[in-house]
Design a binder for this molecule. Structure first.
Ligand code: NAD
Ligand code: IPM
Ligand code: MN
Length: 358
């Protein structure tokens, strides 16, 4: 089944069983924003959606207490027994090299082959400065420098970046298809003028796909020039496709256009494994150690990620209701501190929920 407005297929592991969602709150504000998403799952259930949600403890606390990041058994269970993972964030100042975060989050993204990281960037409420903004970042989510291969030697440090044609093609196919379905322009961000091998491959595959998608207004831009043009007029862009590293940077910049890190959502999936894919819904932001534990985090990015998950599951009415509840709450003046308001995380979550139909 094709979900019309979003343009991706609805997949699930088993049609006759409840949707199984793994909850991984992680570290810092991850748990605080996750707490506001849980009632939305309950709300969907109260409307007749069949789902089961199970918590997983993975994160810094669990790692420091047990030495375990994510066990092989748990990883297999996530891959084979769940339709989706709802993820908070990982990162903890007690583990400055972030090794547990790599072993959990990158393992999930890479192990589940979640090539496409979809990071849409629209104003969460119409009462904002750029109501016409309609950006969608398609970030490759498994490769590039995130292969974590390299070395530190005396006076020299090396980080490799690996780009494979199948993953590049999958990401770009998804981006072309999305631009086609939504009639948006498509821009590839690259630095093939320097990264001749890796980004050279991206440009070659892009030029190849352009021939099979003649209806898409597609252009490849050097990422540095793209960033300047993007800041000057973000409304001139539609879909932006990028490798893992550039896509990470571009999506945080795009978050700034819509209110900052607290409001940006994402969904990741494996286009080549449609019936065996556990998707990952997670806000774009991290564990925000500077505000963690204070009840200040904005839950909007998490709630909009939950809406993306609902849409992926084919629950379009629930996806729309959550998105419009966010918009209505913001329009009514409910705002956390990052948006210039005074509400804490729980009060913001309550304000949004009060805008959901009963
Ligand atoms: P960050 O996204 O955690 O925070 C950046 C800034 O945005 C901070 O000022 C923070 O207070 C603010 N912010 C983030 N989320 C917010 C929210 N929901 N509401 C209001 N303000 C919010 O990025 P960072 O500080 O660079 O990284 C902190 C840790 O998180 C690091 O360990 C990093 O590796 C990790 N990280 C994890 C993820 C993830 O799990 N997906 C993403 C990014 C960073
Ligand atoms: C993100 C984060 C991660 C990334 C980190 C925590 C590894 O910044 O989800 O955007 O770089 O992908
Ligand atoms: Mn990031």
């Amino acid at each position: 089944m094709e979900c019309g407005t979003i343009g991706w297929s609805m997949w699930r592991k088993s049609l006759d069983k409840p949707i199984r969602i793994a909850l991984i709150p992680g570290d810092g504000v991850g748990g605080e924003v996750m707490a506001e998403a849980l009632p939305c799952l309950e709300w969907a259930r109260s409307r007749g959606r069949s789902l089961e949600a199970s918590p997983f403890p993975y994160g810094a606390e669990h790692y420091l207490a047990t030495g375990e990041t994510i066990s092989n058994v748990a990883f297999d269970e996530l891959r084979d027994g769940y339709d989706a993972i709802l993820f908070g964030a990982v990162g903890d100042p007690r583990i400055p090299d972030g090794r547990h975060a790599e072993a959990i989050l990158l393992r999930i993204r890479q192990g589940l082959e979640l090539t496409v990281n979809f990071r849409p960037c629209r104003q969460p409420s119409p009462q904002t400065q750029m109501p016409d903004l309609d950006l969608e970042v398609f970030r490759e989510n498994t490769e590039g420098p995130y292969c974590l291969q390299g070395s530190t030697e005396p006076g020299r440090a090396v980080d490799f970046a690996i780009h494979t044609e199948p993953a590049v093609r999958r990401l770009l196919e998804a981006a072309f298809r999305r631009a086609e379905v939504r009639n948006l322009s498509l821009t590839l961000a690259h630095k093939a003028n320097v990264l001749k091998h890796g980004h050279g491959l991206w440009v070659r595959v892009f030029e190849d796909l352009r021939k099979t998608h003649p209806g898409v207004a597609a252009r490849a831009m050097h990422a540095d020039a793209l960033l300047c043009a993007l800041v000057q007029d973000p409304t001139a862009f539609g879909v932006i496709a990028a490798d893992n590293y550039l896509g990470d940077l571009i999506s945080d910049l795009c978050a700034a256009f819509i209110g900052g890190m607290g409001v940006a959502p994402s969904l990741s999936w494996a286009p080549h494994r449609p019936f065996r894919c556990t998707v990952l819904a997670e806000p774009v932001h991290g564990s925000a150690p500077d505000i963690a534990g204070k009840g200040l985090a904005n839950p909007v990015g998490m709630l909009l990620s939950t809406a993306l998950l609902f849409r992926h599951l084919g629950w379009e009415p629930e996806a729309k209701e959550v998105e419009s509840a966010v918009a209505r709450a913001l329009e009514a003046g409910a705002k956390t501190r990052d948006l210039g308001g005074t509400l804490g995380t729980a009060a913001m979550g309550t304000a949004i929920r009060s805008c959901l139909p009963h």
